[in-house]
Design a protein around this ligand. Structure first.
Ligand code: ATP
Length: 325
């Protein structure tokens, strides 16, 4: 029994890594998302203006029962009841304009990760609609969804394989030149160039050990090669004070430019640059606006700022404002 659950969990996680929605089915009459079908010739932002809007229209959500069991077994919680799962999002309503950046902030367990999972249709909403480019994601082909959305999570997964193979999975036809270009934009080419086998260096637990920040930058290079028009990103908290912080920040700027982006934000710089901050608490959007407006309001954002972000203001000034080309 336990083994089956463990297998289910890891199966789930593999799917998540591959951006494949595991809990949902494609409709027989599904159509591709109305997003650009042709990729730019080089990795980088899509040509201006064709990134789609992302909308949450009064979205309510409870996790399917199976997903809840997976979580419970992960956390070694003994569960004997089979009560229907709790509603974790209640009437969430927002719009991310094409090519703009929305930062999600809020206390732990507020529902930020759940919101990002609904964007890529890892699960279906219980009520309401999620739209990309005006189309209900439930009406889109899964292939077009996977192609349109790039996801970078906190623990970027790398296959035990060469850097080249890890990158080519995002873009099988990439030339070496394109790989290097993406690595450069992701601020990790310097490191790869110094490795004994360069692009052919094997990474992962049994290969070259990359730090968390380095892994995340490699994941960003992969994202740049995929060149999605929508980006969903969970900023890592673990590397905030490391010397690679400025590099990660520059890499993020390349990754988000020109794309419709939803970021679970832990960096003050990201939050300040956001076109819109959504403050999530208890499965609801409780405040929204820009950094300065929300600070002036003196509500939950102001409180989170004081406890989580204010100390970053001290080091922010040393971070260069633009990515070197
Ligand atoms: P954090 O900042 O700690 O990552 P979060 O804001 O991302 O938190 P979520 O992970 O979205 O919060 O969780 C929202 C709620 O949904 C929490 O109550 C959580 O326990 C619950 N939840 C998360 N994943 C599952 C799951 N697979 N099954 C059932 N409930 C879940």
């Amino acid at each position: 029994h336990v083994d089956v659950m463990t297998a289910l969990v890891s199966f789930d996680r593999v799917f998540e890594v591959l951006d494949l929605p595991p809990m949902v089915a494609e409709k027989p009459d599904a159509t591709p998302l109305p997003t650009p079908s042709s990729r730019p010739a080089h990795p980088g932002p899509p040509p201006g203006g064709d990134a789609p809007a992302v909308e949450f229209d009064n979205v309510t959500f409870r996790y399917p029962a199976a997903a809840e069991v997976s979580l419970a077994s992960l956390e070694s919680i003994a569960r004997t009841d089979t009560a229907p799962s709790r509603e974790v999002l209640h009437g969430v309503d927002f719009r991310v304009e094409p090519g703009s950046l929305t930062a999600l902030v809020g206390p732990s367990g507020a529902g930020k990760t759940t919101i990002t999972q609904l964007v890529s249709r890892l699960y279906d909403v219980s009520d309401g609609v999620v739209r990309i480019g005006g189309q209900d994601v439930r009406d889109a082909t899964l292939e077009s969804l996977r192609g349109a959305i790039g996801v970078v999570t906190q623990d970027a997964h790398l296959f035990h394989d060469s850097i080249r193979a890890n990158l080519e999975y995002a873009r099988p036809d990439a030339t070496d030149e394109e790989l290097v270009e993406a690595l450069r934009a992701a601020q990790i080419w310097g490191l790869v160039a110094e490795m004994p086998d360069g692009l052919d260096t094997v990474v992962g637990d049994r290969g070259y050990r990359l730090s968390g920040g380095e892994k995340q930058r490699l994941a960003i290079a992969r994202l740049l090669l995929k060149a999605p028009s929508v980006v969903v990103l969970d900023e890592a908290t673990a590397h905030l004070d490391s010397e690679s912080e400025a590099a990660v920040q520059r890499a993020l700027r390349s990754a988000l430019a020109g794309r419709t982006s939803i970021v679970i934000a832990h960096r003050l710089s990201t939050i300040r640059e956001a076109d819109q901050i959504l403050v999530i608490d208890g499965g609801r959007v409780v405040e929204r606006g820009h950094h300065d407006e929300l600070l002036d309001r003196g509500g939950l954002y102001a409180e989170l700022y004081q406890t989580q972000f204010a100390r970053q203001a001290l080091t922010d000034d040393v971070v260069p404002a633009a990515a070197p080309q």
